[in-house]
Design a protein around this ligand. Structure first.
Ligand code: HEM
Length: 438
């Protein structure tokens, strides 16, 4: 696939071609929004999360649905949460989770095998819902030791699990609910007279998610206390992210004012579901699509994978497969599940540039002045596809490029794989190792 008019990055790419690597456009309520693909500028914005917050309209909408977990916490609260949660996403813990990824992948293979045997050869199977079920199950088990059993559910229709149903309902009502919350934020008295169906459904779903979330946190705290009291250390506590976070939070090394509250810990459950379920599912579906239209890549990858003598390789065995690594990187580069992200300056700032731009008065400037309240648009997908960085075949699927990367890719301020898919800096994707291994 190349960057056609319908492509997800095409509009922004056109603007960059027309207006250059730094430009400002009008956004919500006539506010100014800076857009840039300048690596130094992006690095500065990402390195300063105390100046650049996520837009308040997102906190008022999606944030209301999932709570102030890591995605929507800002400033000191974000720093505190991230410090406690960071070690739970380490390489060592991810290695231990690989067995969950493999078990669920094998279950998915078996479920798809049944489908293939059941329906006529000529009939296509829509793989997207199956992948989505699989990544939901993985997030449940690895995230908080909760089995949604969705990949072994009958296939169609609503899940039989209460938490999965509540999460799906809150996703379904998301847009209507978001609109209502925005309206209420702009015109508060409306809250008294309008209470629509989306709000009611979202409220009900939230109550269910919070009830189950509270129970899961209580269980983890009790397990840890019992395990420590029994004298065998924490040997019996779980290895899921929630258990690891509860344990890190209760460590004697963490002063009380640096601990996360129970409610913050609980809000990480919907946070993981939102951040780690559809993102990986989207990445996987695009990967399978890419392989389906590039049969040469598919064959070469299959040959490499068949050399692995087991269905349950370790993370290190998987990491040693060089062509597999190149394919994963290329899929996440070309079809980054996150297309872009936004920030809003909390105070006036000066953003440095690696390349000057010429302003309306014809003067070359090597920095941008930004005013408190101005927005910043960070084009993730476009950074992964800029010809000035990746070369003339930037829009093509070509895993070979990873064996001879252009030097310019080193300038992208991304946390993983010379690309921008997981962003960079203190607010980069905390789950990138988890996602890549999955
Ligand atoms: C291919 C899959 C994934 C992609 C492409 C992805 C990408 C991203 C990006 C771009 C951000 C930054 C968003 C922003 O600041 O505007 C982010 C943040 C985050 N991601 Fe991921 N992600 C993926 C999977 C996961 C998984 C599996 C988890 C959890 C297990 C996860 C947890 C998070 C969390 C908690 C944040 C917020 C971090 C913070 O603000 O400190 N993500 N992700």
């Amino acid at each position: 696939m190349n960057s056609s008019e319908n492509d997800r990055a095409a509009c922004h790419l056109r603007w960059v071609k027309q207006y250059g690597h730094v430009f400002v456009y009008k956004s919500l309520l006539n506010s100014d929004r800076l857009s840039t693909v300048d690596p130094k500028a992006l690095n500065h914005i990402l390195a300063n999360p105390m100046i650049y917050y996520k837009p308040s309209h997102l906190r008022l909408t999606v944030g209301q649905l999932i709570g102030e977990g890591l995605i929507f916490a800002e400033g000191a609260a974000h720093k505190r949460q991230r410090r406690i949660m960071g070690p739970s996403f380490s390489l060592g813990h991810t290695r231990e989770m690989t067995q969950i990824f493999l078990r669920k992948a094998i279950e998915l293979r078996e479920a798809l095998g049944v489908q293939v045997d059941r329906i006529p050869q000529s009939q296509p199977i829509n793989i997207a819902p199956w992948i989505s079920k699989c990544t939901l199950d993985i997030m449940g088990l690895a995230g908080f030791n909760y089995d949604f059993h969705s990949s072994t559910d009958s296939g169609e229709g609503e899940s039989t699990d209460e938490l999965a149903r509540a999460f799906a309902a809150s996703n379904r009502t998301g847009q209507g609910y978001a609109m209502m919350q925005l309206l209420f934020a702009w015109i508060p008295p409306l809250r008294l007279v309008m209470f629509d169906r989306a709000t009611r459904t979202a409220d009900k779903a939230q109550k269910t998610m919070r009830r189950i979330g509270r129970r899961l946190v209580e269980e983890r705290k009790r397990d840890l206390a019992e395990s420590l009291a029994s004298g065998d250390g924490d040997a019996r506590t779980g290895k899921d992210l929630l258990s690891l976070i509860v344990k890190a939070n209760m460590s004697v090394d963490v002063p009380p004012e640096q601990q996360m509250t129970d409610s913050e810990v609980m809000h990480q459950i919907p946070t993981f579901l939102v951040a780690g379920h559809e993102t990986t599912a989207t990445g996987l579906v695009w990967s399978l699509y890419s392989l389906s239209i590039h049969s040469d890549v598919q064959s070469r990858l299959r040959t490499e994978l068949l050399q692995v003598g087991t269905d349950t390789p370790s993370m290190d065995e998987l990491n040693s497969l060089t062509y597999f690594d190149a394919v994963v990187k290329e899929c996440l580069r070309l079809h980054s599940p996150f297309e872009n992200t936004l920030r809003v300056a909390q105070r006036d700032d000066i953003i440095p540039l690696s390349k000057p731009f010429v302003n309306r008065a014809g003067i070359a400037k090597d920095q941008i002045l930004i005013k408190k309240g101005d927005g910043v648009f960070m084009p993730i997908l476009l950074m992964n596809r800029l010809e000035s960085i990746w070369g003339p075949d930037a829009a093509s699927f070509n895993p070979e490029r990873w064996f001879n990367l252009p030097e310019a890719t080193g300038s992208i301020p991304g946390v993983w794989g010379n690309q921008f898919s997981f962003l960079g800096g203190p607010r980069s994707c905390i789950g990138y190792r988890f996602a890549v291994t999955e």
